[in-house]
Design a protein around this ligand. Structure first.
Ligand code: SGN
Ligand code: CA
Length: 535
């Protein structure tokens, strides 16, 4: 769907980051002859949150294939974070190894394309002899660079009979369900497309689990007999958190979570049309008659029951929550099955011992926590992103990893594996030592976060912050000037903003100092606009 809000004005106000620094070719490489040069399969989904992955949380989802990744020669990261919890910006951080101000891609809605001439990890891998490919959601406006082969979906992509942008610049529409098709193209490249004399890096980028959670017809009937637990802070009153209160991502709100578009309650009575009915009609309008019949056969009885029941208030909010979780899980079933197809292929072709398989998402997501869906905030559910890896032979880490890692770390990790030279201006750190089973003493003790897309859909105000293993300090700025402080040990659901409270002076001072140091280390120009003074 097209952006509802224009952030052109806001985007113009963004610092014109050192654009000159971003451009440029890969410097001549002196490849490390001792590098392990594993193949890399990087599977990234959209909006798949750890609460909905059974390796992390068994309350809702059963994801046996994803869980398989972390079992036997696999690892699960318990402290895995993004640098900017929004699709395009997160992808730009991942591919460059730099925070948003370093790669110049701040937000989705301003329409400013990613500068594809800047160094990215696929280019480094290519330059040391890797064969590289990308299939699926890209979301960086400019066409991909650094890939020998690519095929992407325009913008957010379509679940059914999706449009594709092909490498030769042509566009096509393919019949089928997107999660299956992206996997088909990836497996076909592994089997028939790649240069088998070279190590490879394959990036499989799914649209699933992005809104509006349209499941494949074969999975529609799943989970209808299940009632899922509401998060304990579903009915949050946002006390002491004005930025949270201002956000427009409440499941209970008819404006925010659309009964037709999000929950598929399309009525033949046009007086029941909503803000997003037309968008929904366009989506289901992509289906062929057989797909549409299966869809209508499933949803029509639910639609009738829903409008007959005339639910209101808390009952309606809880009903919306249950439908949201069910649709999300039905969509997830395809994702888990398709990750299974990739693992099966790698196993059947004896590639598991030589291939690092990474599974992650472009960010986490709210599944009713604080009453929300969507992401963007530096609160835990959307700051976190799932991260599971199958490790090839020679990497001896096993089980759970507690070091704090961030999506800016993937690029330097892949570069080190390939034997490329990690550039000095990269922000991330290679996690290869951790994958070898080491616990480096000087590993980071805090992560930095910065979100920019405002004013925009969902109305999440700009903010930056620091998170340590126990505390989080955030500053919401722009049309607000509010600080928030959480003790994650005492208050893991972040309901009590203790900033300014008696007894927090020392920890606040320490966190402000750390925040300032990180802004200096990463050279974030925001520090000149909001200098952090000792309090
Ligand atoms: C779309 C969605 C939003 C979502 C953004 C960003 N609206 O605009 O709900 O926050 O994408 O998501 S929709 O009506 O088009 O579904 S992101 O994952 O791509 O960053
Ligand atoms: Ca996303």
């Amino acid at each position: 769907m097209k952006a509802i809000f224009s952030v052109a004005a806001a985007a113009m106000a963004l610092p014109a980051v050192a654009l000159a620094k971003q451009s440029g070719e890969i410097p001549p490489q002196t490849p490390n002859p001792d590098a392990p040069r594993y193949n890399i399969v990087y599977i990234m989904t959209d909006d798949h949150t750890a609460q909905m992955l059974s390796a992390y949380d068994t309350r809702y989802a059963h994801t046996p294939n994803l869980d398989r990744l972390a079992q036997n020669n696999g690892v699960k990261f318990n402290n895995s974070f993004v640098a900017n919890s929004l699709s395009g910006p997160s992808r730009a951080c991942m591919i460059t190894g730099k925070h948003s101000h370093g790669n110049g891609f701040y937000d989705n809605e301003s329409g400013r394309p990613f500068d594809g001439s800047q160094p990215t990890f696929p280019k480094y891998l290519q330059s040391v002899g890797y064969n590289t490919a990308l299939f699926g959601k890209w979301h960086l406006i400019s066409n991909p660079t650094g890939f020998d082969t690519w095929r992407i979906v325009p913008e957010q992509g379509d679940y059914y009979n999706p449009r594709f942008i092909n490498q030769d610049g042509s566009r096509s529409v393919e019949h089928g369900y997107l999660t299956n098709l992206i996997t088909d193209y990836s497996l076909d490249w592994l089997e028939n497309g790649r240069d088998k004399s070279k190590p490879f890096a394959l990036l499989i980028h799914h649209k699933a689990q992005h809104r509006n959670w349209m499941a494949d017809t074969c999975n529609l009937k799943l989970y209808e007999d299940k009632t899922f637990p509401l998060p304990e802070n579903f009915f949050d009153d946002y006390e002491g958190r004005p930025a949270a209160e201002a956000a427009e991502m409440r499941i209970a709100s008819p404006h925010d979570m659309d009964i037709v578009y999000d929950l598929k309650m399309l009525s033949t009575d046009s007086t029941k049309n909503t803000r997003l009915t037309k968008t929904y009609e366009a989506f289901v309008g992509r289906m062929d008659p057989e797909q549409r019949k299966a869809w209508d056969d499933f949803y029509n009885p639910i639609i009738k029951e829903f409008y007959d029941s005339k639910l209101e208030g808390k009952e309606l909010a809880e009903w919306k929550f249950q439908r949201y979780i069910r649709d999300y899980l039905k969509t997830l079933k395809s994702l888990d099955d398709n990750v299974g197809r990739v693992l099966d292929y790698l196993e059947e072709h004896n590639l598991m011992d030589s291939t690092l398989v990474v599974y992650t998402s472009d960010q986490g997501f709210y599944m009713g926590e604080h009453g929300w869906f969507d992401k963007r905030f530096m609160y835990e559910e959307s700051l976190n992103t799932p991260l599971l890896m199958h490790l090839p032979k020679g990497l001896n880490a096993n089980g759970e990893i507690n070091e704090m890692v961030q999506n800016i770390d993937y690029a330097p990790t892949f570069m080190e594996i390939a034997g490329a030279n990690i550039p000095a201006d990269i922000h991330g750190k290679s996690i290869l030592p951790i994958l070898r089973g080491e616990h480096p003493d000087n590993w980071r003790d805090a992560i930095y976060y910065h979100y920019y897309e405002y004013p925009a859909e969902h109305c999440v105000k700009r903010h930056y912050g620091v998170r340590t293993d126990r505390y989080k300090l955030m500053h919401f700025y722009n049309d607000i000037d509010r600080w928030e402080l959480y003790d994650l040990q005492e208050d893991p659901t972040e309901m009590h903003n203790i900033y300014g409270q008696e007894g927090t002076e020392e920890i606040t001072r320490m966190l402000r100092k750390r925040l300032h140091e990180l802004q200096e280390e990463y050279d974030d120009p925001i520090r000149f606009k909001y200098p952090i003074k000792e309090n």
